[in-house]
Design a protein around this ligand. Structure first.
Ligand SMILES: NC(=O)c1ccc[n+]([C@@H]2O[C@H](COP(=O)([O-])OP(=O)(O)OC[C@H]3O[C@@H](n4cnc5c(N)ncnc54)[C@H](O)[C@@H]3O)[C@@H](O)[C@H]2O)c1
Length: 409
C-alpha cells in the first residue's frame, strides 16, 4: 500500500519513517526545499532520540522517498501546520495541502488529517472533495510529547474519527501497523474536539498554577512547596507554574474552540492568564536586576527540547530589549529570534541570570560550573521561573536566588 505524507515537520517525518519501516511504500512531501534536502542528506537537526537512525533506516530500506510534490497514493496523511492568525485557526496550510493532492486523488483513496483543527473542519473538507471523488476521510489527532515522539507515536492510545465507519476502519488498519496503544474509533468532530480538550485541560490547569504562583507571592508562600503538598491528595494533580505557555499546541489550540463557541469563558480566561505571564516575569526582572545586563538561561518553550515556537522567552525579551542588554544561552535551541551565546559569554558581566526553561542541564550545573559562572558575573543574582536550579549550590557561591511564586525573602 502506498502512503503520501504531506508536511515533514515534527509530526510528519517520524510518521512517514515509521510507516516506511513497517513495510508501506511512503512518499514524504514538503514544500520547503531546504527541508527536503536536509532530510534526504540526513543533515536535519533534531533532539528527538533515535529519529536520525529511524529516518536513515527508512530511506535506506527504499520504502521512503522524500519529494517536493505529492504523487498518486492509496492514502494521504496531512501533517501541515495550523497556526493562529488573529486568535483564529489559520487553515491556509491545510487548504493548500488539500489543493496539492487534488490532482492525484482517485476514487477509493483515504485522506487522514493529523493536523490540529477546529471541530467541523474535516467534515467541511470532505463535503468539498466528495463532490468530485468517492473518497474516505478520517481525522487522527497526534498527542505525542516533543522530545519523546518516537516512543509515544508507538505506545500512546489513539483516537480515530471517521467521516463514516468505513473511513475510521480503513485509517485504523494503517495505525494498527505500528501503534501498540489502544485505538478508539469515533466520528471526525468528536476526534477534533478530543484533541482540543486534551490541550485545553492542560492550559487551564497551568493557568490555575500560574494564578496560585501570583497569589503565593502576594501572601509570602512558596507555591512550589504548596503545589507539591496539594498533589499528595490522591485526586489532585496541579501542574507547574512558569513564565508563560509556549509551543505549537497548548498556547494555540484553545483558540480553536474559543472561535467556535461563546460558551468558552473559562478557556478564554485561562489563555489570558497564561498570556499575561511573560509580562509579569519581565516586570519582576526589572525589579530584581541591579544593572542592565541580563542573561537568559533557556529560550525553548519547555525543558529538554529544541523547539522555540511561541516561546515565552521571545516575548519576555521583547518587553526588555530596549532597556537592557540581553544575552541568551540555550544549548538545545536551533534557531532563535535573538543571538545565542556560549555559556561563558552569556554570563560575562551579568547583573541577573533568569532561568526560563527547565532544561535538566541547569539543574545539573555542579559546584565547579557555578563557581566559574560566579567569577564571570557582575552581580550574583539568579531568578528561576521554573524551580529547576539547585538553590543551595548557587547560594554557596554567594548568589541571591529568587523563584517565580517563591517567598519574598
Ligand atoms: N509538534 C507537536 O508536538 C504536535 C503534536 C500534536 C499535534 N501537532 C499538530 O500537527 C500539525 C503539524 O505540526 P508540526 O509540529 O509537525 O509542524 P511543523 O511546522 O514542524 O511541520 C510542518 C511541515 O509542513 C510543511 N508544509 C506546510 N505546508 C505544506 C504543504 N502545502 N505541502 C507540504 N508540506 C507543507 C512545512 O514546510 C513544515 O516542514 C499541526 O497542526 C500541529 O498543531 C503537533
Amino acid at each position: 500500500m502506498k502512503v503520501c505524507v504531506i508536511g515533514l515537520g515534527y509530526i510528519g517525518l517520524p510518521t512517514a519513517s515509521i510507516l516506511a519501516i513497517n513495510g508501506f511504500e511512503v512518499v514524504g512531501v514538503d514544500i520547503n526545499k531546504n527541508r527536503v534536502e536536509e532530510i534526504k542528506n540526513l543533515t536535519f537537526k533534531t533532539t528527538e532520540k533515535d529519529l536520525l537512525t529511524l529516518v536513515r533506516g527508512a530511506i535506506n530500506s527504499g520504502n521512503l522517498k522524500i519529494k517536493n510534490t505529492p504523487e498518486k497514493a492509496d492514502v494521504f496523511i496531512i501533517c501541515v501546520p495550523t497556526p493562529i492568525k488573529n486568535n483564529r485557526c489559520d487553515l491556509s496550510y491545510i487548504n493548500s495541502a488539500i489543493d496539492s493532492i487534488k490532482p492525484y486523488l482517485e476514487d477509493g483513496n483515504l485522506i487522514i488529517i493529523e493536523s490540529t483543527v477546529p471541530p467541523g473542519t474535516s467534515e467541511e473538507i470532505y463535503n468539498k472533495l466528495s463532490k468530485y471523488k468517492n473518497i474516505y476521510l478520517s481525522y487522527c489527532p497526534e498527542r505525542v510529547l516533543p522530545g519523546n515522539i518516537l516512543k509515544e507515536l508507538v505506545d500512546n492510545d489513539r483516537v480515530i474519527g471517521g467521516i463514516n465507519k468505513e473511513s475510521a476502519e480503513r485509517a485504523k488498519k494503517i495505525y494498527d501497523s505500528f501503534v501498540k496503544g489502544k485505538i478508539y474509533l469515533t466520528d471526525c468532530k468528536t476526534a477534533e474536539m478530543v484533541k482540543l480538550m486534551e490541550n485545553i485541560y492542560r492550559d487551564v490547569n497551568i493557568a490555575l498554577a500560574n494564578e496560585f504562583a501570583k497569589i503565593s507571592e502576594e501572601l509570602d508562600i512558596d507555591v512550589w512547596e504548596a503545589i507539591e503538598l496539594s498533589n499528595k491528595h490522591p485526586r489532585v494533580n496541579i501542574l507547574r507554574p512558569g513564565p508563560g505557555v509556549g509551543g505549537h499546541c497548548i498556547s494555540i489550540d484553545p483558540w480553536f474552540l474559543i472561535e467556535k463557541s461563546k460558551e468558552a469563558k473559562l478557556i478564554r480566561t485561562a489563555r489570558e492568564i497564561n498570556d499575561s505571564m511573560p509580562n509579569y516575569v519581565a516586570n519582576k526582572i526589572k525589579q530584581l536586576t541591579k544593572g542592565k545586563n541580563i542573561t537568559i538561561f533557556g529560550v525553548t518553550y519547555k525543558g529538554d527540547v529544541d523547539d522555540v515556537r511561541e516561546s515565552p522567552a521571545e516575548k519576555i525579551i521583547s518587553f526588555l530589549k530596549e532597556e537592557f542588554n540581553i544575552k541568551c544561552y540555550d544549548p538545545y535551541a536551533k534557531e532563535f529570534k535573538y543571538p545565542l551565546y556560549p555559556i561563558d559569554e552569556a554570563v560575562e558581566d551579568s547583573d541577573l541570570i533568569v532561568v526560563l526553561a527547565d532544561h535538566k542541564i541547569f539543574r545539573d550545573l555542579d559546584e565547579k560550573d557555578i563557581k566559574k559562572i560566579s567569577e564571570k558575573v557582575r552581580n550574583r543574582v539568579i531568578y528561576d521561573t521554573k524551580n529547576i536550579i539547585t538553590k543551595e549550590r548557587w547560594e554557596k557561591f554567594g548568589f541571591k536566588v529568587y523563584k517565580l511564586g517563591g517567598k519574598n525573602d
